[in-house]
Every structure is written in structure tokens, then in C-alpha cells.
Ligand binder design. Sequence first.
Ligand code: HEM
Length: 289
Amino acid sequence: MKFKAAVLLLALELILGLILAGCCHGALQVGFYRGKCGFADVEAMVAGVITAQFLRDPTIVAALLRLQFHDCFVNGCDASILIDGINSEKTVPPNLSVRGYDIIDQAKAAVENACPGVVSCADLIAIATRDAVFLSGGGRYEVETGRRDGLVSIAQNVSILGPKISAPEAIAGFADKGLNATDTVLLLGAHSVGVTHCSLIKDRVYNFQGTGSPDPAMDPFLVNILRSRGILQIDQQLGMDPLTTPIVRNLAGEFDFPTRFGAAMVKMGAIGVLTGTQGEIRRSCRATN
Ligand code: HEM
């Protein structure tokens, strides 16, 4: 009897956990800005800016994805990477090739114009990246919002994983941020839309709609990984290491890469966020108030 009750309790906890996991991470929520900017729709305003930018330059998807990763992995997703200054995060070598600051400035200008001091720069990064992924054919995911902006951006805080790490090192680095091995593989799928400097191996790979895959339903990134033809050394490692090969195979076989990728982006977007009365809503994304 006791055993039955325990099993029932466990099942209830599991169901509740699943519901909550699908709903929101911590204090973040889908549609946080609904009704907070008069009649204006914050996400639609950002989408307008990103669509115009994307039509001019579709590589903004790669810029924004990397910007969000480099923001979230240092001090949490608090827009600390956007701050200008002689010793701020953006001055360190791995961040020198990060792009997209001007895009966030434009999104910020649009929302400040409609309702000053309401929308955080940290949320703008998340919304803008989601929009760019969608425009590039990577599927649409609901983005959670409610982040506040950080007050600190110091070069010495930046410790970003290097391109020559092993798969176990990558998994450990992501685990540090609460992401599991499958999230690691999924998020590294972002490299299928990137450009990388020649010294780091190759020039450009497929976009989300990619070509060259033997099975059109299969994500080209995963296909390349399985053939050990990833762009960066770490991408190749995923297809060779016994820890990650089964994950890559499963993802490649099961197949709903865009949805799974979106879910992993939402998870990454929840790392170390500031909410409620923490931090601030910056007036300019490039400086604390
Ligand atoms: C182990 C983790 C990771 C490592 C070691 C890594 C490393 C790198 C390196 C070395 C580059 C090339 C930079 C350059 O050419 O200067 C790059 C580019 C890129 N990375 Fe990653 N990365 C990692 C994870 C991620 C994640 C989680 C995302 C996003 C979800 C991401 C998105 C991108 C994108 C989109 C580019 C191309 C950027 C552009 O074209 O401007 N990376 N990454």
C-alpha cells in the first residue's frame, strides 16, 4: 500500500515537473510584456526590426546566436556582453569577433520609443535571436521573457569554452550551467549556421534549411557530425566521442531538430537570469543607468 502511494506521489511529481518545465524557467514566462507597453506588442516590434535586418543580411542569425551564447555563459543571460568600456566583457579575445550589438541597439530604440524603461536588453537578445532563427528556417519557439539587465561587465569574468576542447570537456562546461549532454549537442547545432575564421578550420557551412544531406529530414549539422566533418574541432569531437555519438545518432534518427533546438535555446536563455527587482532595465544597452 505504502509502495503504491509512493509510486503515485512520484508520478504526480513527475507530471507536475513536466508541466512546469514546459511552462517557464524560474520567474521567466512566455509573454511577460503583454499589456506592459500600452497597446504596443513588444515582440512584434522587435520582429519588425529583425525582419528588416535579416532581409539586408541573413547572417545576423549566426551573429545573434553566438551573442546570446556568449552573454548567457558569462554571468548569466543579463546582457552584460553589451556593455561598452575599456575593461568590459566585449574586450576579451573570444568576444572580439562577436557581432550583432548594433541590431540590439536598433531593437532597443524601437521599444524605448514606444515605452521607455520597460523592456530589458537581456530579453531583447533572446527575442531577436528567436526571430532570426525563425526567419532562417530554423523553426519557431516561444521565447520566455522577464529578464533584467546586469550591472556588471568585467573582462576578467569571461571564461568561454575554446574550440579545441574535447566532448567531455564541453559537456562538463555546459553541465556547469545546468545544461545536459543532449542540450550540448543540440546547441552546438548552431554552428551549422555560422561563419568561422579560417584559422579555426572552415569558412561557412549550411544554413538551417541546409543542402547536401542524404535524407532531407535529417539536420545537415548532425549528418556532418556523424561523418566527423564538423566545422570546429569540438563539432567533430561530438561525432567521435563515445559519450556523444549515441546522442548525435538518436537526434539524427528521431528527427525534430528545430523543435528540440528551440527548447534547448529556451533552456540556455534561462541561465543565471536576473528577475523581479534584481538588476535594472537599462536605458541604453551599452551602459548601466
Ligand atoms: C563548446 C561550446 C562552443 C565552442 C567551443 C564554440 C566555439 C566557436 C568558435 C571558435 C567560433 C568561431 C569564432 C570565430 O570565427 O571567430 C564559433 C562561432 C559560432 N558559434 Fe560557437 N562555440 C560553442 C558553442 C556555441 C553555442 C552554444 C552557440 C549558440 C547556441 C554557438 C553559436 C555560434 C555561431 C552562430 C557561430 C558563428 C558566428 C558568426 O558567424 O558570427 N556556439 N563558435
